[in-house]
Design a protein around this ligand. Structure first.
Ligand SMILES: Cc1cc2nc3c(=O)[nH]c(=O)nc-3n(C[C@H](O)[C@H](O)[C@H](O)COP(=O)(O)OP(=O)(O)OC[C@H]3O[C@@H](n4cnc5c(N)ncnc54)[C@H](O)[C@@H]3O)c2cc1C
Ligand code: SF4
Length: 329
């Protein structure tokens, strides 16, 4: 591990002013792993856990819910405002990592975690995402990698909550050298590209301060499903977050987002369109599951994810059609 200095600023502005060459430290569950392997080598760690202006509260705002960036996954799993109205999010948090990790892991850090690609996390190679020339996974061991490839990097995004938050139309509030801004979460995430080898559009020095969820519509339902290679303590091979608003017995609005299939949470609008106006009957669910994987291009070793993702989409939508009936994946 490279030497670094540690600071604990009193204000967000002070933290932002120290950000050059530094990383913000929240729960440390991802950052410390990367630093121990010299994959991330900041000169300074800026501890944001005790910043009085940043909080871990989950509050009703009248037109939705605001989640402080320091709220832990455990809090999201259990908080009544989340479990009652946003079950896709509480479900995604509940199935992430382990209870011990969920007690440490903040939602801000969760959205900003780096890929679990074994080449990226290896001390032996410097892959494209980490500044090298080659994506080793593209022709290598790519069992867990992307089915949709909008980037030179074919790693998948590992956050369960991010998949749910996109289905819930969340927004992310950030503060940085240019002041405060709020962005739809679909614009917060962006597949890595040549000049920005990261999974988000967070600017230099910016701190995530809060996540905002819109108020739930009457007759809104949401759910999260996750397929893993073992039952606990595993990242999503595929995740599915689904949300519908019902008007009588018909779907008036739908969101369907896949996790574990692309470098960012992957919204499938063609599949959503298959659901609107239907009664969420079996035929509509089948069509949506097929549409969700249209355009998927498997790599040499991850073709198994296509039938897995289709089955998980069906499972999630069956749960929404008859809440409580879908067996957890
Ligand atoms: C064994 C293991 C299993 C896991 N399984 C899952 C899983 O199944 N599903 C899942 O979703 N996740 C999983 N995770 C990931 C885990 O949820 C993340 O490591 C955690 O949420 C990161 O949060 P943190 O507070 O510890 O962030 P840190 O490690 O402190 O920070 C992570 C990154 O975010 C930056 N950062 C943190 N907070 C902010 C902020 N407010 N503003 C700007 N930058 C910030 C840091 O600088 C750093 O770059 C797992 C992790 C481990 C170690
Ligand atoms: S998939 Fe991404 S993280 Fe993995 S080797 Fe390729 S560039 Fe690196």
């Amino acid at each position: 591990m490279q030497p670094f200095t540690y600071t604990r600023p009193e204000t967000i502005d002070e933290a932002v002013g120290q950000a050059e060459g530094a990383r913000y430290l929240a729960g440390g569950t991802d950052l410390m792993t990367l630093m121990k392997r010299d994959i991330d080598t900041p000169e300074r760690l800026i501890d944001i856990k005790r910043l009085p202006e940043l909080d871990d509260t989950i509050t009703s705002t009248g037109d939705g819910v605001e989640i402080g960036a320091l709220a832990t996954l455990s809090e999201l799993e259990r908080h009544p405002l989340i479990t009652a109205s946003y079950p896709a999010l509480s479900g995604a948090a509940a199935i992430a990592a382990t209870p011990q990790l969920r007690n440490m892991a903040t939602i801000g850090g969760n959205l900003l975690q780096r890929p679990r690609c074994w080449y990226y996390r290896s001390e032996e190679v410097t892959c494209w995402l980490n500044g090298g020339d080659t994506c080793y996974a593209r022709e290598g061991e790519n069992q867990h990698h992307a089915l949709f490839q909008p980037s030179p990097c074919v790693a998948t995004h590992s956050s369960d909550p991010a998949t749910a938050l996109l289905a819930l139309d969340a927004e992310v509030t950030v503060r940085g050298p240019g002041g405060e801004r709020t962005v739809p979460i679909g614009e917060f995430f962006a597949a890595p590209e040549e000049e920005r080898r990261r999974e988000t559009t967070l600017g230099a020095g910016e701190i995530v301060t809060a996540i905002r969820l819109p108020a739930v519509a009457p007759n809104e339902r949401s759910t999260y499903r996750k397929a893993m290679d073992r039952k606990v303590w595993a990242f999503a091979l595929v995740g599915v977050a689904a949300r519908v608003v019902m008007d009588g017995d018909r779907v008036s609005e739908a969101r369907l987002v896949l996790g574990g299939v692309a470098p960012v949470p992957w919204r499938v609008e063609t599949a959503e369109a298959e659901l609107v106006g239907t009664t969420l009957d079996a035929a509509a669910i089948d069509k949506a599951a097929e549409a969700a994987l249209e355009g998927a291009i498997p790599l040499a070793k991850n073709g198994h994810k296509i039938p897995l993702a289709k089955a998980l989409v069906r499972n999630a939508l069956e749960d929404l059609a008859s809440p409580g009936s879908g067996a957890p994946a």
